[in-house]
Ligand binder design. Sequence first.
Ligand code: TRP
Length: 324
Amino acid sequence: MKGRVFSGARPTGRQHIGNYLGAIKNYVALQDDYDCIYCIVDVHALTTLEETGNIKENTNEMMLDWLAAGLDPERSILFVQSHVPQVMELHTFLSMITPLGWLTRVTTFKEKARMQPHNINYGLVGYPVLMTADIILYKADIVPVGEDQLPHLELAREIVRRFNNLFGDTFPEPQAKLTDSPLVLGLDGVNKMSKSLDNHIELAASHEETSRRVMTAFTDPSRIYRSDPGHPEVCNIYSLHKLFNPDRIEELGEECRNAGIGCVDCKRLLAEGINAELAPLRERRTILAETPKYVADVLAEGAHRASTIASETIGEVKGKMGLI
Ligand code: TRP
């Protein structure tokens, strides 16, 4: 039997090339070897006030990118967290066996609490419990995540062990699967690519928008005049060339070092590389976006399939906890 993969992501709207290279491409590839369930976690988004404005629209835009990138609703279950409310039930049951100390010790909680001292809500403390419920409601074995999520996965395993000890073997201990993804820096060349820093390129951007944004990117700061030799190893444009123009990477490095190519031309080539790689995805996205109700239908079907598994688990949990 195939293993089961579960992953969740917050509804951040249109995805950028950092999301694509860091997570989405990997989600797509895992579909070949596992039964995959991918969820947009809209309830988790409610833990931070800033994100609550456009949850529905962000969910829709994000799912369009996922589908255009190759997440396949015929093979995988794609759904929205709040559409399968059994997860809230499991969250409550798990909360009864999770010591508060485990949760207040989690580094991500302390960090969030520092970032929003005006809104340290109960849901924020329970964030990893809800995340555990997401995963184990489907008895997933494997969870593809970024490194930042490892403390949550550790806690999920602790909760699972405790549940299994108290009520008998029920859930597999979920394992994190770290993606060996490149760190994609933003156009500022300093920070990780992120929408909030506005240093990103959207997957769905037009060719022109992509070129315009690439042109604003920082390059090797010591290269001031066109005739100055460049240092590709410190240039973010060069690191993006590695991802989008791997075939020409040697040549581009050489040309930069001997000032054969200027930054403007080098960026133009990068924009061309990005546009070429993303063209099929963008085409699919446009078609899907124009198909009436397509995303809504995919999500309804996903919620239906997820719900069947979820109800079975909830029945089992209630039985084991002595409720029925
Ligand atoms: N906490 C994750 C993040 O912020 C999102 C998430 C919620 C998740 N539930 C999950 C990830 C379950 C993996 C599995 O990125």
